[in-house]
Design a protein around this ligand. Structure first.
Ligand code: IMP
Ligand code: MG
Length: 184
């Protein structure tokens, strides 16, 4: 999928495919440097983190395994409430493991804050977080995020894993939608 396929649904490209690729490679290098000599378990949060997980992991040299969680945040409409339900749990026992949670975006931070607390209760050696995007102006809770790709304004973004109503995840860039998309 590219910008042409979106026609007038695309408002603007916020981060190009090249910008994302460059930053993801930098994040991988930083993670490699930090985890030297330690095996890491990348935990991807479905479904949005699929693209960042695929690209980040392929740029990494550190020994790693991957697992996935799916969580759903109870709340009214599009707003996160912080009350989270596990739809798919890890297949892996993380006792003693170095866990790196891989996220697409941190908005209020409520989902992630719950997730990190949940993972910490399972006695891992460490839990850190890597996210492609963060909206600092939307933060409701302070979550310690070790690796951040880009800080973005508090606008709804799609692409590179991020969806609106399930669509646009397969855009290679990150962009915003024209207002008429939300109105239909
Ligand atoms: P939080 O609990 O408010 O941090 O919610 C984070 C989750 O909301 C993310 O993992 C996304 O699934 C979703 N989300 C937040 N902002 C956006 C956005 O701009 N585009 C697409 N999904 C978003
Ligand atoms: Mg997510």
């Amino acid at each position: 999928m590219d910008a042409t396929d979106m026609g007038s649904d695309l408002e603007k490209i916020l981060l190009t495919e090249e910008q994302v690729a460059t930053r993801v490679a930098e994040m991988a290098a930083q993670i490699d440097a930090d985890y030297t000599g330690r095996e890491v378990l990348l935990v991807g949060v479905l479904k949005g983190a699929v693209m960042i997980m695929a690209d980040l992991s392929r740029q990494m040299h550190t020994e790693l395994t991957m697992d996935w969680m799916a969580v759903s945040s109870y709340g009214s409409g599009t707003k996160s409430s912080g009350v989270v339900r596990i739809l798919k749990d890890l297949d892996t026992d993380i006792d003693g493991r170095h866990v790196l949670v891989v996220e697409d975006i941190i908005d209020s931070g409520l989902t992630l804050s719950w997730l990190v607390a949940n993972l910490r209760s399972r006695n891992p050696a460490s839990v850190e977080v890597a996210t492609l995007l963060r909206k600092p102006e939307s933060a409701k809770v302070d979550v310690d995020v070790r690796y951040v790709g880009f800080d973005v304004p508090s606008e709804f973004v799609v692409g590179y894993g991020l969806d609106y109503a399930g669509r646009y995840r397969n855009l290679p860039f990150v962009g915003t939608l024209a207002p008429h998309v939300y109105q239909r």
